[in-house]
Design a protein around this ligand. Structure first.
Ligand code: 13P
Length: 243
């Protein structure tokens, strides 16, 4: 499948550097981005020949008294080229707001990182018929600062549609449902910034269902959590995008 991107979000895994190096070596494919915990970035970055390095988060200030944070500039200096921003776990477990995602998108792009802005509705929002409204709010607010500066383009921005109810549950969105939502997001992007921006799907993606999602033009790749920690799954998923 041509021009499809896989982003592997390792979240807070694995436990040791040895395991991280082992998994990264088995994941070094073209059109694959690996986002390990910050602590493994340097070591993993050294071994890649094909894959690109991603970060799971960043802080918008360049440097200074911000205990525990890592800046977009530091990430760029470390060889990172993609940054996941506004992941649902950060929104819902760490209290990240739309306002924070906007500052992060701006900082990422100003430091030549591709911003991967994650948006998605919860199960309750979906049940209440609010999906489109939530997606529009997260998208418009998250892009607001970078839009105002006129720095967005179709290579420094990716949107990841990750329905919260599908993350880590084994209950993926249907491929057709993900396609329809991606089409909606693309239409919002067209209206908002007049660009054709790539949209990825995330939420219980495995080697079993990846091909169905990627079969649609509206879906340009996948953001994968759990399955990206298993070497056999990684190999199968890489084969699907290499075909
Ligand atoms: P799972 O693939 O484990 O559902 O996680 C998806 C995700 O949150 C990727 O960012």
């Amino acid at each position: 499948m041509k021009n499809k991107t896989l982003i592997f979000n390792w979240k807070m895994n694995p436990l040791t550097a040895e395991e991280a190096v082992d998994l990264a070596s088995a994941s070094d494919y073209k059109n694959v981005v690996i986002a390990p915990p910050f602590i493994f970035l340097n070591e993993i970055g050294k071994l890649f020949k094909n894959a690109k390095l991603g970060a799971q988060d960043l802080y918008w200030e360049e440097k200074g008294a911000f205990t525990g944070e890592v800046s977009a500039k530091q990430l760029a200096e470390a060889g990172v080229s993609y940054a996941i921003i506004g992941h649902s776990e950060r929104r819902h477990k760490m209290g990240e707001t739309d306002g924070m995602t906007a500052k992060k998108v701006l900082a990422a792009i100003k430091n030549n990182l591709t911003a991967v802005l994650c948006i998605g509705e919860t199960e309750q929002e979906r049940a209440e018929g609010k999906t489109n409204q939530i997606l529009e709010r997260q998208l418009v607010n998250g892009l607001s600062l970078a839009k105002a500066e006129g720095i967005l383009n179709d290579s420094n921005l990716l949107i990841a549609y990750e329905p919260v109810w599908a993350i880590g549950t084994g209950k993926a969105q249907t491929a057709e449902g993900a396609m329809e939502t991606s089409a909606f997001i693309k239409s919002l992007l067209k209206k908002e910034i007049d660009m054709d921006i790539r949209v990825l799907y995330g939420g219980s993606v495995t080697s079993q269902n990846l091909g169905e999602f990627l079969g649609y033009n509206e879906i340009s790749g996948a953001l994968v959590g759990g399955a990206s920690l298993k070497k056999d799954e990684v190999k199968k998923m890489a084969e699907i995008i290499e075909k």
